[in-house]
Design a protein around this ligand. Structure first.
Ligand SMILES: [Zn+2]
Length: 286
């Protein structure tokens, strides 16, 4: 059995503030350890139900060099490196392919515009106001569920702050397990469970996800095709640049769309468009 883990950081145990999320932050080193420990807890839980399982983890946050390889469980391999469209066109789902059976999303966060949401954004907070798939407002959970769903891979486990659960339920088919790491107070504060508790939730959640997969209870998220990804950006100049990317269409002043026959084609082209929208290459993409 092969399990793909797309790992973000904002929803990780104890993470509430930008200082924990970027290498320049004073508490970043602790944040990385917390992120790695959450992933290991999920891997250990899955291995109880599938001792032969192999894992690929995609480091899916900002600089994408956050997870501490030397502390990662030996059953996993790790995709490391920035999500430049030439390197990692699938961004947070790079490394996934048709050989995988099941996906976990750890440390995920709510979409841009979530009222009072914890560290909420979609892909690039400084660029994107709203993201839609076939007209539905979505966040990274749905985007990546659609990408892995291209290969009929269901999402079995999602972890993050409590507010993410209804967002995930809106798109991911019934049956996945949600592991809540904290209760949101606002953009940069939450009531956090300690790792001693969240690691149990992740461990038991991952084991339950594998059981449900083996019982045939999990289904992939497959938006109707051809699929349209739509991004509303903060400023018109951003849309000007994005629309130069082949396959990106201009809908109006601040909105671009990509329509494709597959979700991975739509995701890759839209990611290229969003990267092109940057004024200069940002540090997280270098
Ligand atoms: Zn992130």
């Amino acid at each position: 059995m092969k399990i793909f883990i797309s790992a973000d950081m904002e929803g990780v145990t104890g993470i509430v503030h930008g200082d924990q999320l970027m290498p320049s932050g004073k508490t970043y080193e602790r944040g990385r350890k917390l992120m790695t420990a959450d992933i290991n807890a999920a891997i250990t839980g899955a291995l109880r139900e599938a001792p032969e399982a192999e894992f690929v983890v995609c480091d899916g946050h900002a600089v994408m060099r956050n997870i501490i390889l030397e502390e990662l469980h030996e059953a996993a391999q790790l995709v490391i490196g920035p999500a430049h469209p030439n390197n990692k066109p699938l961004c947070q789902s790079q490394g996934c392919d048709e050989s995988f059976d099941l996906a976990f999303f750890t440390g995920y966060h709510s979409r841009a515009g979530t009222p009072n949401g914890l560290l909420s954004h979609t892909w690039v907070g400084s660029t994107i106001s709203n993201f839609r798939i076939n007209g539905d407002l979505v966040g990274e959970t749905a985007i990546n569920a659609a990408v892995v769903g291209h290969w009929d891979i269901p999402v079995g486990l999602v972890s993050g702050a409590n507010e993410l659960e209804p967002e995930a339920q809106a798109t991911i088919p019934e049956g996945f397990v949600f592991a809540g790491t904290k209760k949101t107070y606002g953009f940069s504060a939450a009531l956090c469970l300690p790792p001693a508790k969240t690691q149990k939730l992740l461990n038991e959640g991952a084991a339950e996800a594998v059981r449900r997969f083996k019982e045939g209870k999990l289904k992939p998220y497959k938006p109707t095709q051809p699929v349209t990804f739509e991004v509303e950006v903060h400023r018109r100049e951003m849309a000007d640049k994005s629309a130069q990317v082949p396959g990106v269409e201009r809908k109006n002043e601040r909105t671009i769309t990509v329509t494709a026959d597959s979700t991975i084609a739509a995701a890759e082209t839209m990611w290229r468009g969003v990267c092109r929208a940057q004024d200069s290459e940002p540090d997280w993409l270098k």
